[in-house]
Design a protein around this ligand. Structure first.
Ligand SMILES: Cc1ncc(C[n+]2csc(CCOP(=O)(O)OP(=O)(O)O)c2C)c(N)n1
Length: 335
């Protein structure tokens, strides 16, 4: 996997989190938690994997992205604005009456494919789109993102059965498994144990990853694309509020507001994360340490140095004759 792609996607994920902060600001309520848990997944999809066209959002050759957990749409706005679908000046009007960026996905926003946010519906829409693309013999793919709390919606499992029945392989689903939902831990509110086994039982191919490791997201997407004859779900282990220490793993930031202090802290943490990335990028491979010289043993005053006993002779081992270095390897050594 190409290191520069990975570093660039990590940077993009940080930039998306910066955009989230711009939208939420101070004292306004916004879905920070379930948006930031998706930063690496959304960055990898929009900035590497998906075919998109900002100058023609309805381009027939585009891939489709559906955020079934529509309350996390700020992360999608963050990506769409970064790509140039609309200006970042829209961030200040997010969630205002008549604004282009509503609190849940709305098709009037460039780049939004469907109205979602009433949980449980995105996968059904995605299965329909995937079937339509197949009927039209188009190679485009559909990506659907669900929440782990959202899996308690029955319609998801109807869609899961349909995807298997129709052998849909041009759709990749994600479960953003951040273990929290609106009011607390998913395991307390509506426990859904053995998520992977459940999808397997519905006939899906299952890939499990750490959803904050860009390398794993990339590899899973590549793998899913190659699986033919049935649908694939990527179950991503994530942290709600990822990237903002005061919000990580806290249900209060499902849809909370930031104080001025938290806002400043959030910015400082993103700056520190960016600096750490720069350090990682500029890090030179560690140079070989020269063998430490043994300090010369001091001669004890007045005493003659003890004579070294001759070592017992070892059986002579023939060294293979040294090959002359080829031109190529000599050049490599110099570089
Ligand atoms: C049909 C429906 N019921 C209830 C809600 C209210 N609601 C909004 S977000 C949410 C919790 C979702 O949890 P999860 O899918 O885990 O999202 P995440 O934690 O990733 O934000 C609920 C119950 C809704 N939007 N739609």
């Amino acid at each position: 996997m190409d290191k520069s792609t990975i570093m660039s996607l990590k940077r993009t994920a940080l930039q998306l989190r910066r955009n989230l902060l711009e939208m939420i600001g101070v004292g306004k309520v916004g879905h920070l938690g379930g948006s930031s848990s998706l930063a690496e997944i959304v960055a990898t999809l929009y900035f590497h994997k998906m075919k998109v066209n900002k100058s023609d959002p309805k381009d027939g050759g585009r891939d489709r992205f559906l955020l079934s957990k529509g309350h996390g749409v700020l992360i999608q706005y963050a990506a769409l604005a970064e790509l140039g679908y609309f200006p970042k000046s829209e961030f200040a009007k997010v969630k205002t009456l008549g604004g282009e960026l509503q609190g849940h996905p709305d098709m009037k926003t460039p780049g939004i494919e469907a109205v979602t946010g009433s949980l449980g519906q995105g996968l059904s829409i995605g299965v329909g789109m995937a079937l339509a693309l197949r009927l039209d013999k188009k190679p485009n793919r559909v990506y659907v993102v669900m929440g782990d709390g959202e899996l308690s919606e029955g319609q998801i499992w109807e869609a899961a059965m349909a995807a298997w029945k129709f052998k849909i392989d041009n759709l990749t689903a994600f479960v953003d498994c951040n273990k929290l939902q609106a009011m607390g831990p998913t395991c307390e509110i509506f426990e859904i144990p053995n998520i992977a086994q459940k999808w397997k039982a519905f006939g899906w191919n299952v890939i499990q990853i750490n959803g904050h490791r860009v390398e794993e997201v990339l590899a899973a997407l590549d793998k899913a694309e190659k699986i033919k004859g049935g649908p694939t779900v990527i179950i991503a282990d994530t942290v709600k509020g990822k990237g903002f220490s005061f919000a990580e793993g806290k249900a209060a930031f499902h849809n909370g507001s930031l104080t001025e202090e938290q806002y400043k802290q959030a910015k400082a943490e993103l700056d520190a994360a960016a600096a750490a990335l720069t350090a990682e990028e500029t890090k030179k491979p560690a140079a070989k340490k020269p063998a430490a010289k043994k300090p010369a043993a001091k001669k004890p005053a007045g005493k003659k140095p003890a004579k070294k006993k001759p070592m017992a002779k070892k059986a002579a081992v023939k060294k293979p004759a040294k090959k002359p270095a080829s031109k190529k390897s000599a050049a490599r050594k110099r570089g």
